[in-house]
Design a protein around this ligand. Sequence first.
Ligand code: NIG
Ligand code: FE
Length: 386
Amino acid sequence: MRELSIVPNGAMLVRDGRLHAVGPREVVERKVTAATAVVDAGGRIILPGFVDAHTHAVFAGNRANEFEQRIEGATYNEIAAQGGGIRATVRRTREAGEAEILDAGRRYREWFWRGGTTTIEAKSGYGLSLDAELKMLRVIRQLGYVATFLGAHEVPDEYRGNRAGYVDLLIREMLPPARDLAGFCDVFCEPAVFPVEESRRILQEAARLGFGLRVHADQFANDGGARLAAELGAVTADHLEYTDDEGLRALAGAGVQPVLLPGSVFSLGGSRYPAARRMIELGLALVLATDFNPGSSPTASMPMILSLACSQMRLTPAEAITASTINAACSLRLGGEVGSLEAGKRADFVIQDCDDYRELPYFFGREPAHAVYIGGSCVYERRRDA
Ligand code: NIG
Ligand code: FE
């Protein structure tokens, strides 16, 4: 993870939205013709676009009110138990029409682009009824995101006290149609939400239908979520703040990729970050993601996440870049398509306004992207005066 392949004085040739040649400038320049449009990066570094492999980026409204309540002493779980939290966003998202949710989604997509993120995974999970979940998945796809079905994000208001009834509905009526719109299925596996036994039932059924599995595991308690992810051969286990060493070893044994979300620890005012160094020691292919959502992690900024990963979890800048590009791409099964600058891959890249990659996490709270390209087209360019 520390070995970045850096090409000093490099260049790239893009053709039909793909990288056609990548290498030393004098080699690539030989392929330039009169018809080639030349973009001068001005000596800045070029990186693959970030791949954000864990977000909840489609929702209506926000929860700035709960942010204030937490500052005044309420915990995330207390607010949830009182009917706020995820359920507050569910009520808001159910009411909203598809166009309103899409508009909000477009606004946040700009934020991702400004941060240099070019591939975004997004989960449903603020609908929690068949219609509202499918509405979310349609919006996620319209935004061009990798879709994950998260019907098991919370027990909705009308099923309080009847979690088993909701799990039945999810398995019988929601999973099969969701499969047409989403390649992955996720569960919020947590004692107070979906305990391991129920999570297992849902995920086993999802696997049977052909979903790839992702699991919100051990975020607030060590409930065996990581071991469950390993047992089921999940693609990723996400969060892992409370996972014990046995759980980490299980992930390593099963080749499950850990997705670490330091933005949620930071925003909730916590101090328990996942054991990233131990995971790397065990050979796990770490992924970093924003977890962008209206509750625990209201940031779409991957540069901010890199800063937190370095300062709070002691990743080196190079490790943080690997975790947020190629490792993240592999966790979405897109490792052959995005996540690095190699001939044949999609031309998703960022001209970063710095000349040393270590500046990215070092200057924190800054969005360093100078220009962002997806499939060879510029989707964001910094204004001259910014
Ligand atoms: O990953 N933990 C569950 N889901 C999100 C929070 C979603 C919300 O609060 O709206 C998370 O932190
Ligand atoms: Fe999440």
